[in-house]
Design a protein around this ligand. Sequence first.
Ligand SMILES: [Zn+2]
Length: 435
Amino acid sequence: MRKRALQLFVNCLLVSAILWSMPSRSAIPFSSGRAAQNVLLAQNAQVQAALAWFKPHLNWINDEQARLTEIPAPPFAETKRAEAVKVLLSAFGLDVHLDQAGNVIGELRGANEREIILVTAHLDTVFPADTEIKVRRDKDKMYAPGISDNGTGLASLVAIARAVHEARLKPQRTILFVADVGEEGEGNLRGMRALVDSYREKLKAVIVLDGSGTDHVTTKALASRRLEAIVTGPGGHSWSDFGIPNPISALVRGSVRFLNTRVPANPRTTFNLGQIEGGTSVNSIPFEAHLKVDVRSESEDELLRLENALRECMAAGVRDEMESSRDRSKGKLEWKVEILGSRPGGELASNSPLLGSLRAADEFTGNTSRPERASTDANIPLSIGIDAIAIGAGGNGGGAHSLQEWYEPSGREVGLQRALLTVLGVSGVAVEKGK
Ligand SMILES: [Zn+2]
C-alpha cells in the first residue's frame, strides 16, 4: 500500500475543511481535521485492505458485470435485475430491502446513523424488452447493450460494497448502497426522486456511479425537459376523404416551424426531435400523430422559452393545416403539448466537502478529472442543495445507448479505488478504541 499517498489523500481532505459534528469517542471520521486522527487513518488497516481488495478480484467484478448486464432491465421493468443485485448486496453483510419505487437499498450502518451517504448506480437501460442481450467477449473487451451504461456502475457498486465488507470497515456515517430505477429517458429520475424524498433530512452527500471512465466528474446538473406534442383529428380514407385536416401534416408543419427556432450557443441550449409516430396505414388519413422532443439548456429560462416555442409552433402548424383543408365538415384538429419529464438543474459548490473528497481521491489514485455538466441522477439532489456528483466507475466504455456498446475493463481498479475513497472521504471511518 502506498502509505505516503494515503497520507497525502488524508491531508487533502484536511484542506477541504470538512465540518463534522463531533463523533462519539470510539469513532474517528476519515475527514475530521485532527492530526492525531489523521495518522490513525493513514495507518488504518481496513481502509488499506478495502483498497487492495479490487485488483485480485477483477475477474469476479467483470463476470458480475456481464451477468447483471444480461438480465434485461428496460424502462419500468427493472425488477429482475433488482432482485439479482439484492442477492449480491445481502451476501456482503448489508441490510437490504426494496422500496416502493423499486430501488434496492443496502444499508451499512455507521457509527452515526443520523447522517447518510448515498452511493447509487441505476438499474435501467434504454433498451426495449425484446432486445437480445448477450455479452460477447473479444480479447480484452466486452460487448453488449448496456454493458457500460450501466453495467459498469452496477458491478462497481457491488464490488465496493464487497470490498468494504471483506475489509470489515465500519463507516462513521451510514452508507446506503443503492441500485435505483428510472434514470433513463421517461423514467424521469423517479428512483432518485424517491430516495431523496425518503432520506432528505439525513442526506449529507450523493455519489452516483454511472458508466465508465475516470476522466470527468459531473458537478453541474443539466436541466432538461422531455415534451410530447400530440395532434388528433377525425381520420378517414386517403381517397374518399381527401381534403379533411390531417394530424401528421399538421405535426410536420409545426415541426418545421419549431426547427427554425434559434437557440443560443451560450448558455448552451439544444433540442432534439427524437421520436415521431402516427397513422395506421399508407392509405388512411391518420387520426393521431405524436412527436417527442428533448430540450436541454444551461439556463432554465431558455428551457421555458423552447417549451413555449414548441407550443406556439404546434398551434401554428394546426392552424395552417386547418386553413388549407377544404373539408372541415367531419371535424377539426385538436392539439396539446405534454411534459413527459422535467429534470431540474443545479450546481455543486466548488468548496463542498464532497468535491474536496473527490479531488483528494483523484490525487491518491494519480487520476485527473474535469468537472462537467450533464443530466444524471445527481440532478435531483443538486437541485435542492444536497451535495452530489456523478462519476464513471473506471475502465473504458463507448457506444452508450447503442447496440454496439462496449466496455474495456483494463485499469478499472483505479476507478473503483477513486470511488471508494470519495465515499469514505465523506462518510468517515469509525475506528475502534485502542487502535
Ligand atoms: Zn447511465
